[in-house]
Write a protein that binds this ligand. Structure first.
Ligand SMILES: Cc1cc2nc3c(=O)[nH]c(=O)nc-3n(C[C@H](O)[C@H](O)[C@H](O)COP(=O)(O)OP(=O)(O)OC[C@H]3O[C@@H](n4cnc5c(N)ncnc54)[C@H](O)[C@@H]3O)c2cc1C
Length: 458
């Protein structure tokens, strides 16, 4: 970029602009995944929607691709890119709740921690990621799973409208009535279509709940997964279950013989009075006594702070896919994959889907796996300085094995960015992909927004 172009950028944008020679550039080019080390041309932190429009127009005019960053938590590091412009939306992160109409308005850079705090103050909530720094924008655009998804659907299922700055710099509102095709695409189609600067969501009442984790030694894996599947077969919408194959933490409340050892945890939440979960816990007794049992009455905000999650930046890679009912053979495959994990932070997680997710039709939103029973995420994570641990080779091996048993995938929000194009295409049903390609051609024909599960212009 020339000095003249640079001074024009600084003149038209009120927010901060960071260039490679600026103090702070190394900080702002970073994203959550510590394996991502990219050098953008500049990082802009818009103060206003007008700033967003200015950066979009500036980049589009010069043919500079634009990476849009919400919470910066995609494994693929889509929120930063070499030789591109970065639009970091963190200053547009306000959250406002209307408790009377049970609605919320959030800025394009809002994160789930802020949303949960604001909505729970009124005993309301919307399905969202269970990590406070994850962006609402990214989660929404890929679909959005969370503890509430069986009761309230995906994050995108509660979207009422969104303001979007498109590639030509127009600010439009997408809703069922206005720009309906764009509104359809925003619900699962990823960040392909523009910069989402404001969202309005329907909220759901969430008051009483019981939740927590049962932790078992690794040897119980097969019987826990079998019981999990049996319970999923008849679970009401109010019940959310997930099983994680991982390494037990070394915290004081973990029995000494289990600390740092392979283990299997059953996360559960029952929305409603406590009695229901007591029954459920009894069901798991046939797997033997849990080494740790944290199940108790909780607030939704407490449920959203997972006890064993490591805060801060991590090295990350992953593979994800959607599954039908788990049979015996599939259970053995999942156990074998998890057993080979190269790092103690690795998690192979199986989440129960269905419920409200499955009650919308395949063509209602761009999200393509409403018929799936489980989401399986093989997330290989490692602390930042564990640079000798080969994450990608495990992910690729896991993908090769798991693929023979899956229904399809990947999940848009769990890609690692290294997948070949045809693999990413499988994130959508063919008919959905064709519709997305047409919408991409209408709203971003030059592919300004390409740091995502990129839809090829038709
Ligand atoms: C610790 C952790 C926990 C997670 N938990 C869950 C979970 O419970 N459920 C779940 O579904 N997913 C979960 N995820 C995955 C998460 O939803 C995705 O990684 C998501 O893409 C992150 O969004 P972000 O805005 O933080 O990321 P970013 O990297 O900033 O953005 C991701 C993508 O979305 C686009 N984007 C983001 N905001 C906007 C915007 N406002 N306008 C236009 N494009 C935008 C970006 O351009 C990029 O393509 C988790 C991830 C991590 C690391």
């Amino acid at each position: 970029m020339t000095v003249r172009e640079l001074s024009e950028l600084r003149r038209i944008v009120d927010g901060a602009i960071f260039l490679p020679e600026d103090l702070g550039y190394d900080e702002v080019r970073r994203v959550w995944n510590a394996d991502v080390d990219r050098r953008p041309l500049f990082v802009a932190r818009p103060d206003t929607v007008g700033d967003v429009v200015a950066v979009v127009e500036f980049s589009a005019r010069r043919g500079i691709p634009l990476a849009v960053r919400g919470g910066g938590h995609s494994h693929a590091g889509f929120g930063t890119a070499d030789d591109a412009a970065v639009l970091d939306l963190r200053s547009l992160s306000g959250v406002r709740v209307d408790p009377v109409n049970r609605e919320m308005v959030a800025g394009g850079g809002a994160v789930w921690g802020a949303v949960d705090a604001a909505t729970q103050a009124h005993h309301l909530a919307v399905t969202g990621a269970d990590a406070p720094q994850v962006g609402v924008g990214g989660a929404l655009l890929g679909g959005g799973f969370g503890w509430l998804h069986r009761l309230a659907g995906l994050t995108c299922d509660s979207l009422l409208e969104a303001d979007v700055v498109t590639a030509n710099g127009d600010l439009v509102t997408a809703s069922p009535e206005q720009e309906p095709e764009l509104f359809w695409a925003l619900r699962g189609g990823g960040g392909n279509f523009g910069v989402v600067t404001r969202t309005r969501f329907r909220l759901h009442p969430v008051r009483e709940l019981v939740g927590g984790t049962l932790l078992y030694p690794w040897g119980r894996g097969r019987s826990v997964l079998t019981r999990y599947q049996e319970l999923c077969d008849s679970a009401p919408d109010e019940l959310a279950l997930r099983v994680t194959l991982t390494t037990a933490p070394t915290a004081g409340h973990i029995p000494a013989e289990l600390r740092g050892q392979p283990a299997i945890s059953v996360g559960m939440a029952a929305f409603g009075p406590p009695g229901r979960l007591e029954t459920l816990k009894r069901e798991f007794r046939m797997c033997g006594p849990a080494a740790v049992d944290t199940v108790r009455p909780l607030t939704y905000a407490q449920l959203q702070q997972p006890p064993y999650r490591q805060p801060g930046r991590l090295r990350a890679d992953g593979h994800s896919s959607f599954f039908a009912r788990l049979d015996e053979q599939t259970i053995d495959v999942l156990l074998a994959v998890a057993e080979g994990a190269p790092s103690p932070q690795t998690m192979l997680q199986v989440q129960h889907l269905g419920g409200a997710i499955s009650r919308l039709g395949a063509a209602d939103t761009a999200f393509s796996f409403r018929h799936a029973t489980h989401l399986v995420a093989c997330n290989v994570l490692a602390v930042r300085d564990a640079t000798s641990i080969p994450l990608r080779s495990w992910t690729m091996a896991a993908a090769r094995v798991v693929r023979r048993h899956e229904l399809g995938g990947p999940y848009v929000n769990f890609v690692n960015g290294g997948e070949p194009a045809e693999e990413l295409r499988a994130a959508y049903a063919p008919v959905t992909y064709r519709r997305l390609a047409q919408i991409k051609a209408d709203y971003d024909p030059d592919n300004l927004f390409r740091f995502n599960v990129n839809i090829a212009v038709s």
